[in-house]
Design a protein around this ligand. Structure first.
Ligand code: 9YT
Length: 131
């Protein structure tokens, strides 16, 4: 059993800060549970290109509001507290935060804990992952 508190992650190596968002990786690959879980804040007014080619991400918004736009067809989905979206098709998208947003993000395969997006919005594949 794993019991962990947010205060243990804040300021540690798994507290990842970028210009558009900061993400506290509460569960990571080293926990060996098959997924990872982040407590992520998106800064108001930001737009982030995201394309999880190597992962499935589920995102549950618990604070704030914004939208995602799928770049393939321009469809826009409003996101607010209580909205879940899951990128089960590895959809390339833009995330726009209309206010500060807080999201619980689950990744499969799990993140190692320190990932940031590359220029294409991608996180690298987990070591040992199959193509
Ligand atoms: C919602 C979203 O994907 N935000 C970008 C950060 C990412 N979810 C993370 O690593 O927590």
């Amino acid at each position: 059993m794993i019991v962990r508190k947010l205060e243990e992650i804040i300021g540690a190596v798994n507290d990842v800060d970028t210009p558009n968002w900061y993400s506290r990786r509460l569960l990571t690959a080293s926990d060996s549970v098959g997924f990872s879980l982040n407590d992520t804040h998106i800064r108001a007014g930001t737009e982030t290109l995201i394309w999880y080619q190597n992962h499935i991400e589920a995102v549950y918004c618990i604070e704030g509001h914004g939208e995602i736009e799928l770049t393939e067809d321009g469809r826009v989905y409003p996101i607010c507290s209580g909205t879940l979206y899951t990128l089960n098709g590895h959809e390339r998208h833009l995330l726009r935060a209309k206010s500060d947003m807080r999201m619980i993000c689950v990744f499969n395969p799990p993140l190692t804990g320190t990932e940031v997006h590359d220029a294409n919005g991608v996180y690298p594949a987990a070591a040992g992952a199959q193509d």
